[in-house]
Design a protein around this ligand. Structure first.
Ligand code: TRP
Length: 337
């Protein structure tokens, strides 16, 4: 079947993938892999921009991230996985693109600004971290993709990528087309899946995520501790649905929308305990994770499989990147011989 175009996306290997990753990006990857030639980059060099002193964290996550994606249903026969640092032309493109973006422009990137604040870099931000949006533009443009599925926080990177496109084409001649991001609607439950404690950000350091690799027991424990409505003290009290994490997750994962609507009405009216809604969510999430667990279990019997997958993916990715790199050096006139 002729493919509709190229999809490129990436993950930072800094830990296991969680439900937020699933609804934020893996879901769209699953729906794209049949019709598009899809590449998923394990962005180890990007992960090192804020983990230079902790390379084993990155190293240990590289294959785990691929395993998580495959267990989640991505088919390595359809989707090409590869490791960023294995294709050095991407870093060369980064270096050429760095000349097209100003320091002032980088400093405006809202995602980088938030991350810098969270990491309390103050005046000591690593230059590689500050400039990672340009390196991400190189990741993307190396593949000349038609679509780039990303989480909402990544939209400023796509904007910057298109600024590189504009500037590059203006100076060196038409080489790149603008890229299109696909991400969940900013106001949808998918785009805003909170941590189990109700905080907007989910992650390892906050210890508030449900991982794709969590066991049934861990899921149960995490959901029993989930943030609900702090004013809903007695079963008979009316409860709040908005901002109640259990309902936010049910909205995303529970397919039985009709009975969910009834449940919400009952909760709001009073007479429905938190334990009951939590039990429902535990079942919904464990049902959702079961096939992922089965695939993971199956893969664990084939220890070399993941490595073979990234080696094969790399071969395909390398050809694409090298073709782009050749075109870039020709456009710039630095193809000396
Ligand atoms: N910055 C992305 C994230 O943190 C990961 C990433 C790296 C990426 N390179 C990419 C995403 C290229 C899309 C395209 O999730």
């Amino acid at each position: 079947m002729a493919k509709k175009g190229i999809v490129l996306t990436g993950d930072r290997p800094t830990g296991k993938l969680h439900l937020g990753h699933f609804v934020g990006s893996i879901k769209s990857r699953l729906s794209l892999q049949d019709e598009y030639e899809q590449f998923i980059m394990v962005a180890d060099m990007q992960a090192l921009t804020d983990n230079a002193d902790n390379p084993e964290k990155v190293r240990n996550s590289v294959f785990e991230v691929v395993l998580d994606n495959i267990a989640a249903g991505l088919d390595p026969a359809k989707t090409h996985f590869f490791i960023q640092s294995r294709i050095p032309e991407i870093a060369s493109l980064n270096m050429l693109f760095q000349n097209l973006i100003t320091y002032g422009r980088l400093m405006q990137n809202p995602t980088v600004k938030t991350e810098m604040k969270d990491k309390q870099y103050e005046g000591n931000v690593p230059v590689g971290f500050l400039t990672y949006p340009i390196s991400q533009a190189a990741d993307i443009l190396a593949f000349k993709p038609d679509l780039v599925p990303v989480g909402n926080d990544q939209l400023p990177m796509i904007e910057l990528t298109n600024e590189v496109v504009e500037k590059f084409n203006r100076i060196y001649g038409d080489t790149f087309q603008k890229v299109k991001a696909i991400s969940a609607d900013k106001n949808s439950a998918e785009a805003r899946l909170p941590g189990i404690d109700g905080s907007a950000k989910m992650g390892k350091s906050l210890n508030n995520a449900i991982y794709l690799s969590d066991t049934e027991e861990v899921v149960q424990e995490k959901i029993m501790n989930m943030y609900t409505d702090p004013d809903h003290v007695h079963v008979e009290d009316p409860g709040r649905v908005g901002g109640n994490v259990v309902f936010t997750y049910l909205d995303v994962f529970d397919q039985d929308k009709e009975s969910l609507a009834n449940l919400k009405e009952k909760y709001k009216a009073g007479g429905l305990g938190d334990v009951e809604i939590k039990k429902r969510l535990i079942k919904v999430i464990n049902d959702f994770l079961d096939p992922i667990r089965e695939r993971r279990e199956h893969l664990s019997t084939k220890p070399d499989f993941i490595k073979d997958v990234v080696k094969e993916g790399e071969e395909v990715a390398r050809r694409v990147v090298q073709a782009t790199y050749k075109e870039v050096t020709e456009a710039m006139g630095i193809n000396y011989y």
